[in-house]
Design a protein around this ligand. Structure first.
Ligand code: ADP
Ligand code: MG
Length: 407
């Protein structure tokens, strides 16, 4: 029986939600885009006895996704047990390691009984290797040494930033002791941070054993690959301007690529089209704003609220979001001037919006921006990186900036 066009468009619309997943990490290699360099660096670490890695970067850049697909990059030839845990604020060193070992199953051969005498396999949790007392770097080393006789363990500790000082220090000690005794196991710490010092204060003492891998925002080409992979899977296409606008709005954050592509594909399908054009992107921007996390919408409203209608807060914030940044996302007051002129059609000098910038850095309006540096050299950055594209989308939706500014 032939399916009706309506039905197949509905099916496809559901399928779109499996391909573009703004709120869940990628767990499938074929939908994973780019990141060749970071993958290669981690594989090198795994192949070097005594080396471990720390993968760090902004929230939402794709750290967990990389950790999820890592195992697809090594061949089946190696006997590897890979596992990933998420730390939370209630975890300590002991509970984090119990989570790791609980996830690993050990199989051991038992001599068979009966006529056939076929060996039987007994499956046990690796948690027994840790013993009953609270885990210490020494007991973890000993457990991993035993585990490594069966297979090469690769242990990914995600959301490492959520652990307290003490457990983090104990992890650093663990890495040191594993490296010193050349245990054939690899620990990969993953966390939100601008620098390794933020995650491990005493990182110098483990410097040789701990390879630092920064996860930058995605390049335009990598963002383009997310769109292309998804389109290929859905047998849909994006006009080059539409794809370019989604890429520009994403600002290197794949969350927004997924969010906008998801809504844009559905908008196209609603019009019985298999091609995403700029109209579909416009609809997607509107949907993305209303569907954004409540915390983001609230932070925005709080930052720009004012009793006066003719106030400049939303325009200055939009100009901040459009400003040229350095690779850590920082901009200076003078970078705000050109976009502010585009938005308002008037030239404002720095003193006329300096107060606005100050208030954005203050609890009065959030703070929504973080200020770094010293007088005359102040640099600003959005505290929550996800707010920056949101502010730009609001600007497009409210016609404060032309969509063509995104080309
Ligand atoms: N390499 C990638 N290819 C395609 N999508 C990605 C990639 N990396 C991340 N994403 C998407 O970006 C969003 C954030 O990714 P996630 O791995 O959760 O980031 P992080 O762990 O750094 O906060 C998710 O929607 C995920 O599907
Ligand atoms: Mg993550």
């Amino acid at each position: 029986m032939a399916t009706s066009p309506k039905k197949s468009s509905q099916d496809l619309s559901i399928q779109v939600g499996r391909v573009f997943t703004p709120t869940s990490p990628i767990d499938e290699r074929s939908l994973f885009a780019g990141r060749e360099e970071q993958v290669r660096l981690i594989l090198d670490v795994i192949n070097q006895k005594g080396q471990h890695a720390i993968l760090y970067g902004e929230r939402g850049v794709g750290k967990t996704s990389l950790a999820n697909v890592l195992s697809s990059f090594w061949g089946l030839a190696n006997r590897i047990v890979a596992t990933r845990i998420n730390c939370d604020a209630t975890d300590d060193y002991n509970s984090a390691w119990r989570k790791v070992f609980d996830q690993i199953a050990l199989t051991s051969e038992q001599p068979g009984l009966g006529f056939t005498r076929e060996p039987r396999f007994k499956v046990a949790s690796a948690a027994d290797l840790l013993g009953p007392s609270p885990a210490t770097p020494a007991s973890v080393r000993s457990a991993l040494t035993k585990l490594a006789t069966q297979a090469l363990p690769i242990l990914i500790i995600d959301e490492f930033d959520r652990l307290g000082q003490e457990p983090r220090r104990a992890f650093a000690d663990t890495i040191k002791t594993l490296s010193d005794s050349a245990v054939n196991a690899t620990i990969i710490l993953v966390g939100v941070a601008d620098s390794v010092e933020q995650l491990i204060h005493e990182h110098q003492s483990v410097e040789r054993a701990l390879v630092q891998i920064r996860m930058p925002r995605m390049s335009k080409a990598e963002i383009g690959a997310i769109i292309a992979n998804g389109a290929a899977r859905l047998k849909m296409s994006f006009s080059s301007v539409a794809g370019g606008r989604i890429a520009k709005l994403s600002q290197g954050l794949p969350h927004y690529t997924h969010l906008l592509a998801l809504h844009a594909c559905r908008a196209a399908l609603d019009k019985q089209s298999m091609t995403v054009d700029t109209d579909a992107v416009k609809t997607a921007i509107n949907k993305a704003i209303s569907g954004a996390q409540q915390s983001i919408r609230t932070a925005y409203e709080y930052a720009v609220r004012s009793p006066r209608k003719d106030n400049l807060f939303s325009d200055v914030l939009l100009a901040c979001a459009m400003a040229e940044t350095n690779e850590l996302g920082y901009f200076a007051a003078q970078d705000v001037r050109p976009p502010l002129q585009d938005i308002t059609g008037r030239r404002y000098e720095i003193p006329s919006f300096a107060q606005h910038l100050n208030e954005f850095c203050d609890s009065k309006r959030g703070p929504i921006l973080h200020k770094d540096g010293t007088r005359r050299l102040f640099r600003y950055r959005f505290i929550n990186p996800l707010l920056q594209p949101f502010v730009v989308m609001r600007g497009v939706d409210a016609d404060r900036i032309k969509e063509s500014a995104l080309d």
